[in-house]
Design a protein around this ligand. Structure first.
Ligand code: C2O
Ligand code: CU
Ligand code: CU
Length: 500
């Protein structure tokens, strides 16, 4: 951490306000690489977000009450940190519902400013999506409802106020939303929540001298805030006591901007079993796994009795020019796993898991292309009142997406899970062969994404597509589409939405 002192002396965090001489920047650049291996105490048990309580109401819906609030959280010795949370002071409970269930929420905004909660990865009506058009004004309660209708998956929820998403996320709003179904329950994968099925919301944060969250933007950086400490479910330097041979980790990159290249300290192989939208057709064994902001992965790791191993983020190949100042060369220890001297052993990784995405042979109703560059998509910035296009309900479209400038971007689409058909004409890597809702865009490569739009038509209420690097999204790298029923035309966004 001493490196950071040097960085601060050079104006780290003051953005473009400080101009360094070439030599000064060289020092800054050289000091920007972080390596925390051996520096983390791992002396706190990983906090496990509680499962959200629910009740079944008269119409048979499962009802959850979510209260958004501000408060203080103690992350480390010294002052508590001013934070936001859901039913607590930092992050929120894990919501759990089964495929086919009706769900309903009372989302109460107890803050002194407007916010929203978006259900990332969920197939649902646009008016329930919780995006920038479903603002929950301060002091009010929003009651979205829908029927869960998609395969089991690790989804999540987070604020989505246009222009403030990065800020609201950084303060601590967000949580997991697990969808369950029979196929996944029958699979024998580890499934005891918090015991051998462990949620891990991975976030980076920078703290100022008074332990408050600091929006530290690297000098010359392009991605927004990059923190130098890693939190998992709000715990810095956590350990997990392992009691079973196989453990499933549900990883969410809940950071605003940082890319993680996950692996273990001994380079062991682990199995990727699910991507954003649910189970892969078959497990993929790997030593490394990238997750960009907003992406999830379920991995299964095998432990031996008595051993200790750390989950780590390794340097990545995606940084490019000046990547080092935004963390791409970092090596960060994240969580220690401490295996008991005897481990129970009753779960398994089946050779075949879910159903592979099947859109490759489908008739394509429409192709579209999306070029991400300069905080814009196809040369346009997000405008709340502009619907960029309408898609036909029931059809399959192929979207060709390319990151056309020097910065790191990814691409997320609301309402659907998509299939990555090809990456620059080639077969996608194994971790991209399952259902996805967010995909990292390697520089200059074309990603062809196939998606089917089904149900939930509404010509006036748009869904979003955007870069999930939150500063880029806030700066306008986002667009809007509507799903049209038979004979419907793209409508107009009602002007009833307000936020300051
Ligand atoms: Cu995770 Cu448009 O959001
Ligand atoms: Cu989303
Ligand atoms: Cu971006």
């Amino acid at each position: 951490m001493k490196r950071r002192t040097a960085l601060k002396a050079l104006g780290y965090g003051i953005g473009g306000a400080v101009v360094l001489t070439g030599g000064g920047y060289g020092v800054y650049y050289a000091a920007a690489q972080q390596d925390t291996v051996g520096e983390i105490a791992f002396d706190k048990a990983l906090s496990i977000p509680p499962l959200a309580e629910s009740e079944i109401n008269a119409s048979g819906a499962r009802v959850f009450a979510l209260g958004i609030q501000s408060g203080e959280t103690r992350f480390k010795a010294g002052s508590a940190t001013r934070t936001w949370g859901v039913n607590g002071t930092y992050l929120g409970p894990t919501i759990r519902a089964r495929r086919g269930e009706k769900v309903e929420f009372a989302v109460r905004n107890g803050l002194d400013q407007d916010t929203s909660l978006h259900w990332h990865g969920m197939h649902l009506p646009a008016a329930m999506d919780g995006g920038p058009h479903q603002i929950v004004p301060a002091g009010e309660t929003w009651r979205p409802r829908w029927t869960v209708d998609q395969p089991a998956a690790t989804l999540w929820y987070h604020p989505h106020v246009h222009g403030s998403t990065a800020d609201h996320m950084y303060r601590g709003l967000g949580g997991l939303f697990l969808v369950d179904d029979e196929d996944t329950e029958a699979s024998k994968l580890p499934s005891e929540y918090g015991v051998d099925d462990i949620p891990m919301i991975v976030q980076d944060r920078a703290f100022d001298g008074d332990n408050q969250f600091e929006k530290r933007v690297p000098l010359g950086g392009s991605l927004g805030v990059i923190g130098d400490e890693v939190l998992v479910n709000g715990t810095i330097g956590p350990y997990v006591d392992v009691t079973t041979r196989l453990v499933r980790l549900r990883l969410l990159n809940g950071s605003n901007a940082r890319l993680y290249n996950f692996g273990f300290s001994d380079d062991r192989t682990f199995s990727l079993v699910a991507s954003d939208g649910g189970l892969l057709a078959r497990p993929w064994n790997t030593e490394r796994l990238y997750l960009s902001p907003g992406e999830r992965a379920e991995i299964v790791v095998a432990f031996k009795p008595g051993e200790q191993v750390e989950l780590r983020s390794y340097p990545s190949e995606y940084g490019g020019f000046l990547g080092r100042i935004e963390g791409f060369d970092d090596r960060l220890d994240i969580c220690r796993f401490r295996a008991a001297s005897t481990l129970s052993d009753d779960s398994a990784i089946p050779a075949s898991l879910g159903v592979a995405p099947d859109l490759a042979g489908e008739k394509v109703a429409r192709e579209r292309s999306f070029v991400l560059a300069s905080d814009q998509i196809n040369g346009r910035s997000m405008a709340m009142d502009r619907i960029d296009f309408g898609v036909r309900e029931g059809t399959v479209e192929v979207w060709d997406v390319v990151n056309d400038n020097g910065f790191v971007h990814n691409f997320h689409v609301h309402d659907v899970q998509f299939q990555v058909l090809t990456v620059d004409g080639g077969k996608p890597q194994p971790h991209l062969r399952g259902w996805k809702d967010t995909v990292l865009l390697a520089q200059g490569k074309h990603y062809r994404l196939a998606m089917r739009f089904r149900g939930h038509t509404d010509p006036n209420t748009p869904y979003m597509y955007h870069c999930h690097v939150l500063q880029h999204e806030d700066d306008g790298m986002m667009g809007q589409f509507v799903v049209l029923g038979e004979g419907e035309k793209v409508g107009t966004v009602p002007r009833t939405h307000h936020h300051s």
